[in-house]
Design a protein around this ligand. Structure first.
Ligand SMILES: Cc1cc2nc3c(=O)[nH]c(=O)nc-3n(C[C@H](O)[C@H](O)[C@H](O)COP(=O)(O)OP(=O)(O)OC[C@H]3O[C@@H](n4cnc5c(N)ncnc54)[C@H](O)[C@@H]3O)c2cc1C
Length: 446
């Protein structure tokens, strides 16, 4: 251990990188986050993020208390549960929220539907001087003194004791450090978009779909996933954390309630040339692909805002074997990107951040050598990260399965679960979120 603070370089100011920076601050480490975006407004704001118990516990661990409380106060509630339906709108089963969360009581054990832009504002708050924007990372070199230097496209460089690649699914840190870790295209192709949730849509949208999570299962090849984002009123009522420079009123003015929708289908179900279609073209195509569906479900697709409709190929990482740990490491999508089928990627990135900040904090206190701390983190990260990658891939396979038998068996099972609470708990309880306890360390109230 040296007597100077640990120098931590984080590449990527996304969900995981920023959460790590917060988690490390109390340790006295000198953290610098290098983000290629030009500024705090340059972030993807397109969709809601479902923060499950794993993500909530991690945010609770890493964020200063006023930011955590603002997160909990401004996030929407994901709704009463998860409904599964046929394409003719028969409700197969409704899984209550308590089944998915294990009836957890505390705010840190709850689930949240948060706006990306609000989450980002909270994660960047209090990090002035820590985040440097407009820094596109290109490569690293190790020095003879064991330190690592990151090089940026603008000709600058930064040297630290440890380099963390939190630079997302196309990570350049990963490509240099672990070239054997690959990502591949899956057979799933989704059309994602939003239906505004206002008095007009609420007038015709069935209550099931106006609040909560839903999955529609036609006989084969595709599914429709919907989720409500209803943070608008909570945003307006909440007060911002004082001293963190978060202008909640300005943020609230950009937040609107909506129904997030994702039509996920096997590539073979789409016609050639689908990638050339604009929003209106995609909307017409969805109308054709769902022509025998219930009219209300068709209306959900037909009334979506065409400007929000996008084609999204699902990619996934391929789990890799353990590697010898060093003073370079990776977190989040940079190492275990997964298909969005489970809505888990951000939650696992947050969990990585919480875990790595605990391990590096222990190294800062001199309780463990730096590489041992990284090795401990990587062991757990690989386990929970690649577990989620495999689970998301399996679920994606089910969603796009061309077998009416597989789909029929699942539907029959869901119908059985409908009237049997014990079966519902067995099937849906605990599979949705990783309930493994987090590191015990928590932030002191600041
Ligand atoms: C449609 C959709 C819906 C989703 N919904 C959910 C959900 O409900 N719940 C959930 O848990 N997950 C969800 N996810 C997944 C989630 O968004 C990601 O898993 C999560 O953002 C990963 O966080 P991260 O910090 O690893 O990477 P990111 O958040 O992608 O951050 C990476 C950062 O690195 C920066 N960067 C990249 N390259 C460089 C470079 N060379 N130099 C400097 N900076 C760089 C990027 O600009 C970015 O800011 C969804 C994904 C999609 C596509």
């Amino acid at each position: 251990m040296t007597s100077r603070p640990l120098d931590v370089i984080v590449i990527g100011g996304g969900i995981g990188g920023l959460c790590l920076a917060h988690g490390l601050r109390p340790s006295g480490a000198n953290v610098r986050v290098f983000e290629r975006g030009r500024g705090a407004d340059d972030w993807v704001q397109g969709y809601r993020i479902h923060v499950n118990q794993m993500g909530a516990r991690s945010l609770h661990q890493c964020l200063p208390r006023p930011l955590w409380e603002t997160f909990a106060a401004t996030s929407g509630h994901p709704g009463p549960g998860f409904g599964f339906h046929t394409h003719r709108r028969e409700r197969l089963v409704f899984v209550e929220e308590g089944v998915m969360t294990g009836d957890a009581g505390s705010a840190a054990d709850a689930q949240y539907a948060t706006s990306r832009s609000v989450l980002h504002a909270l994660l960047t708050a209090g990090l002035d001087g820590v985040i440097q924007y407009g820094k596109t990372y290109e490569r690293y070199e190790r020095g003879s003194d064991g330190r690592v230097t990151a090089f940026f496209a603008d000709g600058t460089r930064a040297t630290g004791d440890v380099l963390v690649g939190a630079d997302g699914a196309r990570s350049r840190v990963r490509r240099q450090y672990l070239p054997q870790a690959r990502t591949v295209q899956t057979d799933a192709l989704a059309v994602g978009g939003r239906l505004p949730l206002d008095e007009h849509t609420r007038a015709w949208l069935p209550p099931d779909f106006a609040d909560g999570l839903n999955l529609v299962l036609p006989p084969r090849d595709s599914v429709l996933f919907t989720a409500t984002f209803n943070g608008e009123r909570r945003m307006e009522r909440a007060t911002g954390p004082s001293g963190f420079g978060v202008d909640l009123a300005a943020l609230a003015s950009g937040v609107r309630d909506y129904l997030l929708l994702a039509f996920i289908a096997h590539r073979r179900a789409y016609p050639p040339g689908v990638s050339d279609l604009d929003g209106e073209g995609l909307q017409r195509l969805l109308g054709t692909m769902t022509r025998d569906w219930d009219p209300v479900l068709r209306r959900v697709l037909a009334d979506a805002d065409p400007a929000t409709l996008r084609l999204m190929p699902f990619r996934t990482s391929v789990p890799v074997r353990a590697w010898p740990s060093s003073t370079i490491t990776l977190l989040g999508d940079a190492i275990h990107s997964m298909t969005p089928a489970l809505g888990f990627g951000a939650n696992v990135a947050l969990r990585d951040a919480a875990l790595l900040s605990s391990r590096l904090s222990a190294a800062c206190r001199g309780e463990v050598a730096l590489v041992t701390a990284v090795a401990g983190y990587e062991r757990q990260m690989r386990e929970h990260g690649f577990h989620a990658v495999r689970a998301a891939r399996r679920l994606t396979g089910f969603m796009i399965s061309g077998s009416p038998l597989v789909r029929g068996a699942a539907k029959n099972w869901f119908r059985l679960c409908r009237n049997a609470p014990a079966l519902r708990r067995l099937t849906f309880g605990g599979n949705w979120t990783d309930t493994t306890p987090q590191e015990p360390e928590r932030h002191a109230v600041s």
